[in-house]
Design a protein around this ligand. Structure first.
Ligand code: GLN
Length: 381
């Protein structure tokens, strides 16, 4: 018999189930993710810091956990809530069962709850703060107190909490794509030096830059524009990351300084939001956000519909975009802004995840567009 666990939401709803990770308690904003695969990538995505993730796909754990599907070096999600934990692990890459992985990373998780009811509840009421208690001494009243004590993500700067302490170089490409030169054991010729601001960066962003011939230097979130430019980059990537973009004044200031230069910029998710804020737009908190791997987004220039990976709770308010920024993509789920480009500068931003991981690769060509921007910058010099 597995130990009991419960999930309490701030509005008083309680879900009872069983513990599958470590025992103890955890709090965070509860969000649902609709991806059918990729639980390990989701758990290790730093953007989920201070969030408890529930997965709508009902069977979880069937491919175990391995060392390649990590999007960072640890689990960032505050907790996991699932329907059916798979005891059978069927994947040649698996190194351990999901339960052992969660326990090793000290993650409190609950299984055997009605995740469909939970998701419908979150869709109706919006993202709610919650508390999971697992194992001995679980106490519903105390879990409710803990859920209500969580301050919520609005106004929370978490990029500075998850960023790297020191700069480092990254040279690993995508091992997954057999057609890449990396997988074929060939050395890709480095054409560009890219500085990546780590606001909670996912490894696949770094891999996809390496695949395209970039030498990558990752820098801490609070690196000044002057320090970054002193590295002589050909372009700058503003990474994804957790929390509210609005309080990240240090990043907004640095981006404003980059915008005064001819340097190409590519903002992904939180980075896209920061780019918009630095240009004078505002951001809003969405009711329950976008978290999944099947979100349709329209390319406004071509009309093409792309299936994308998404993970965000905030969005740029399109009505506040300054005239210099042009909308390039829009969500077909709720019409929210998904992409921007600068009318005069070599700057683009995307709200979803062109690096996928997990998810489809429809929007991966945005990385090629960024490469084109760097090529253009070279020819303009
Ligand atoms: N994946 C991300 O970069 C998320 C951005 C931001 N934390 C949001 O929730 O909107």
């Amino acid at each position: 018999m597995r130990p009991e666990a419960l999930l309490a939401l701030e509005d008083g709803s309680v879900f009872r189930g069983t513990a599958i990770g470590c025992q103890g308690q955890t709090v965070g904003e509860v969000v649902f993710n609709t991806a059918m695969t990729g639980y390990q990538e989701i758990l290790t995505d730093p953007s989920y810091c201070q969030q408890i993730v529930t997965l709508t796909y009902p069977h979880v754990g069937n491919v175990g956990a391995n060392s390649e599907d990590q999007e960072s070096d640890r689990v960032y999600a505050s907790g996991l809530a699932i329907r059916d934990y798979s005891f059978a692990v069927s994947n040649w890459r698996a190194r351990e069962p999901l339960g052992a992985f969660l326990a090793r990373h000290q993650v409190v998780a609950i299984a055997d709850i009605d995740t469909r009811r939970l998701t419908r509840h979150l869709r109706q009421h919006g993202a709610l703060n919650g508390c999971i208690m697992a194992g001995e001494g679980i106490d519903e009243a105390e879990a409710l107190v803990q859920a209500r004590a969580f301050p919520g993500l609005k106004g929370m700067d978490l990029a500075q909490a998850v960023t790297t302490d020191a700069s480092y170089g990254w040279s690993e490409g995508s091992w997954r794509l057999e057609q890449t030169a990396f997988a074929a054991g060939k050395k890709i010729k480095e054409r560009f030096h890219v500085v990546v601001y780590d606001f909670g960066v996912k490894r696949n962003i770094l891999r996809m830059l390496v695949d395209r011939g970039c030498r990558v230097t990752v820098v801490p979130a609070k690196t000044s524009a002057k320090e970054a430019l002193a590295l002589s980059p050909d372009g700058i990537v503003l990474s994804n990351g957790p929390g509210d973009p609005d309080p990240c004044g240090y990043a907004i200031t640095a981006i404003q300084e980059f915008l005064a230069q001819p340097i190409p910029l590519f903002g992904i998710c939180l980075g896209h939001q920061l780019l918009a804020l630095a240009s004078g737009a505002t951001t809003v908190k969405l009711k329950f956000g976008h978290h999944g791997a099947n979100h349709p987004v329209q390319d406004l220039a071509t009309g093409e519909v792309l299936i994308t990976s998404q993970n965000h709770g905030f969005a740029v308010n399109e009505k506040t975009l300054p005239p210099c920024l042009e909308p390039t993509h829009r969500s077909l789920f709720d019409g929210t802004l998904q992409g921007i480009q600068h009318r005069d500068k070599l700057v683009l931003g995307f709200q979803g995840h062109p690096e996928a991981s997990p998810g489809p690769r429809d929007i991966a060509p945005l990385f090629d567009r960024f490469i084109t921007l760097m090529q253009k910058a070279h020819t303009q010099q």
